[in-house]
Ligand binder design. Structure first.
Ligand SMILES: Cc1cc2nc3c(=O)[nH]c(=O)nc-3n(C[C@H](O)[C@H](O)[C@H](O)COP(=O)(O)O)c2cc1C
Length: 408
């Protein structure tokens, strides 16, 4: 079940995952992933306030349940840039999937395609864009661009993604240098598996780079003129990834951006930046449906997807959880993670009388500023004391008696 790349253990698993929620996967992943790799994925920057607050801040918004509605058969299908998708949950771009699985982005793409979800590849992917495309030829995919200072590198990337049939570009503008991520320093993390575009361009010199070296190669100044130039040179829609205020949404749209991606990079860049859900309503108002809005950071529940859609997002990205799914179950693990979000989302749709994603976009959300942290539920395994086993509290008879969940 384990393959070693230069001594680095890569999972070879390919199995559906059972989970009660996506957070369940994090503890399990530690069993199979080296410490430095786990912390590279899991951690945020500095004190990790923004990383924690991304999820906690969903509590500031409340879903208003609706009564006397039709609760049967909600549908999560949606359309995005003409692509037909089975879910508004999207695979956000993440570097180096090879730290989670031997088949890296190829497996993630297969899992996303099986779930009918939009996949996006990072510029720092291990697998080539051609191999990723071949893994699911008919599936829709976007490409995330770290613009390089070197336009020859950019041109190589543009040619490759166009030929491989990528449908659009997420231009990342919030990570022109890496945030201060202490975990990477403590573990001396470097990418253990080569990143395709860098070995293609630099040969062996592209291998074994640290996160800091990678960022040093990217452009540290990206302006509206770059948005225009990338659009011209690729002929693809360009969505600006890393918009956190209304002014920057105006700026991006003014530069010709075809979409606005609201994210704080999963709390990995500016610690102390607001949670994304707290800035979404202001940005949605500024954008006013002129272009689609993509949203991510801290989304761990179907209810978080629901809230983001209802507050103005058209597509909701997930990051770390699918990488844990990839490590624990390969392509099928990624598919299971997306299914878990959909399962929870559908329940919220039923309880609010939403039959379609369009209905969710018009659902009623209250905003009662609420300062409690993201409290763990009483059934969270870390809070649950070992349950006493007595003669009296054991279910007797058929084993099926334990599998019938209550509907009330
Ligand atoms: C390990 C890791 C690597 C990432 N690599 C990239 C990247 O290469 N390009 C990019 O635009 N965003 C990258 N991101 C940010 C994600 O696209 C996304 O914004 C973030 O993971 C969402 O937050 P979440 O993990 O809390 O769901 C990365 C995030 C993580 C956790």
């Amino acid at each position: 079940m384990t393959y070693y790349y230069n001594g680095f253990p890569q999972s070879e698993r390919d199995q559906k995952l059972n989970m009660v929620n996506v957070d369940d996967l994090e503890e399990k992943v530690k069993q199979i992933m080296p410490e430095g790799a786990y912390y590279y994925i899991a951690s945020g920057s500095e004190n990790e306030w923004t990383w924690r607050n991304n999820t906690a801040a969903f509590n500031h918004y409340q879903i208003v349940p609706r009564a006397l509605t039709d609760m049967s058969d909600p549908q999560t299908d949606t359309e995005f840039f003409g692509m037909k998708l089975k879910t508004p949950v999207m695979i956000s771009p993440i570097a180096c999937h090879g730290i989670a699985h031997k088949d890296a982005e190829v497996a993630t793409q297969k899992g996303a395609a099986a779930a009918g979800a939009l996949f996006s590849s990072s510029t720092y992917a291990n697998k080539s864009v051609e191999d990723i495309a071949a893994a699911a030829p008919d599936a829709p995919r976007f490409f995330q661009l770290y613009l390089s200072k070197d336009w020859n590198f950019n041109k190589m990337v543009f040619d490759a993604i166009k030929k491989a049939g990528y449908k659009g570009i997420f231009l990342t503008v919030d990570a022109l240098v890496s945030g201060y991520r202490e975990a990477n320093l403590r573990t001396n993390f470097t990418y253990p598996v080569p990143l395709d575009f860098f070995t293609r361009y630099m040969g062996a010199k592209g291998e074994g780079q640290s996160v800091a070296q990678m960022y040093a190669a990217s452009a540290q100044k990206i302006g509206p003129e770059d948005v225009r130039r990338i659009k011209e040179e690729t002929g693809l829609p360009v969505i600006v990834k890393g918009v956190m205020c209304a002014e920057d949404a105006f700026k991006a749209i003014g530069a010709g951006a075809d979409g606005v991606y609201v994210t704080n990079h999963g709390g990995r860049e500016v610690d102390g930046a607001p949670a994304t859900i707290d800035v979404l309503p202001e940005i949605a108002k500024a954008v006013d449906h002129r272009v689609p809005i993509i949203f991510d950071s801290g989304v761990r529940r179907g209810s978080h997807v629901f809230k983001a859609l209802a507050l103005g997002a058209d597509m909701v990205g997930i990051g770390r959880p699918y990488l844990y799914g990839l490590a624990l179950g390969g392509a099928k693990g990624v598919e299971s993670v997306i299914e878990q979000y959909n399962k929870e989302l559908k329940i919220d749709m039923q309880l609010t009388g939403c039959k379609t994603i369009e209905d969710v976009k018009h659902a009623k959300i209250d905003h009662i500023p609420y300062t409690a942290d993201n409290l763990k539920s009483n059934t969270d395994p870390s809070r649950m004391k070992p349950y006493p086993k007595t003669e009296e509290n054991q279910i007797k008879g058929s084993a099926d008696a334990t599998s019938g969940a209550s509907h009330h």
